[in-house]
Design a protein around this ligand. Sequence first.
Ligand code: XUL
Ligand code: CO
Length: 439
Amino acid sequence: MKFFENIGNIKYEGIDSDNMLSFKHYDKNKIVLGRKMSEHLKFAMSYWHTMCAGGKDMFGDDTINKSFGADNPLDTCKNKVFAGFEIMEKLGIEYFCFHDRDIAPEGATFAESSANLDVIVPLIKSEMQRTGIKLLWGTANCFANPRFMSGAGTNPSSEVFAYAGAQIKKALDITVELGGTGYVFWGGREGYDTLLNTDMKFEQDNMARLMKMTVEYGRSIGYEGDFYIEPKPKEPTKHQYDFDSATVIGFLRHYGLDKDFKLNIEANHATLAGHTFNHELRVASDNGMFGSIDANQGDMLLGWDTDQFPTNIYDTSLCMYETIRAGGFTNGGLNFDSKARRQSNSFEDIFLCYIAGMDSFAYGLLVAEQLVTDGRIDKFVEDRYSSYNSGIGKDIVDGKTSLLDLYNYTLNGVEPTTNSGRQEWLESVLNDCIIKAGR
Ligand code: XUL
Ligand code: CO
């Protein structure tokens, strides 16, 4: 059964094509810096936004019907599998990501919810075998159900903690069964709204306990992929414990989880934390924790997690530049944690959204290639620190100087020169590369 008969396979047609349903930049087999575009980008479809989100917001109902012709929740989820794989096949998307509750309905009991998953997972598996599409990562939705209103691993009730553990076990089993290379923790309700009712230290200790149990269980069933934490500073809670990359890295090291975990960096979460997307990526890669990316963008004038499809070429360029600097993806990839705007309420819009996002990242990759081959920015940064290659600078780096040595050196020395940081010139080099990448 086909769901989108009027849409064919989306092909690369180049920038002169005026066919909206074609790629202008994403040419999956094109070799860029020694690898195929598809291997650099590893695009993934987010099941929750693409197959589930219907446009509901605080003020209004769904604007698109995602029941896919079925009249009950389980049949809807069955149809979603076939519709989802049709979307991925037509777009040439090779990976997907899901929460347990995206793929199968929650039942009246935990056992019933698990039984629903057992109906759907074999369908997904056979579609994966038919198409060659792979699972990038799986996760458990331990935030939507009211039982999780005060958190999952950080819940004041041990009953809820146990429930979260049960749900994570099942989601990890499925991730392993489907050959996923990542398992994500996004701490939806792992934070607080007021410190007046919160034992912050105890909650964070518990969050780490749950993660430790997950790693132990995962490794015991042969899972070799990465575990990821996805930082986010706020929303839904006022303060989330996984605030940003630096906070999460400190947490992982403190609890001895840093060998098994990497980070899944989301663009819109970075901006909510008051950082740029590329800052968060740089912090992760500088600490050896660059894992995966949730691609989207926010709106600075709205200031919440709008999960818009990424179209800002500056951001995608700098993201791909950081990704190349980090050595590219291993187990991770680019998951579009992005949804069509509420007013973009047709299935054709969903294809157009993905085309826009994939083309923006493909172009960003071409800009990253241009930046690397141009070399002016890398060379500028290298030269900027060159005083550490010899003399007092080298002694400092080699650990050969004391504070007293610095005192004596400066006492007999001359006033240091102030060298330009050349920000505006570097920004115009970036602009040059953005324009040249299109030639
Ligand atoms: C929420 C968010 C989640 C995670 C997975 O802001 O980004 O969709 O990516 O739970
Ligand atoms: Co996300």
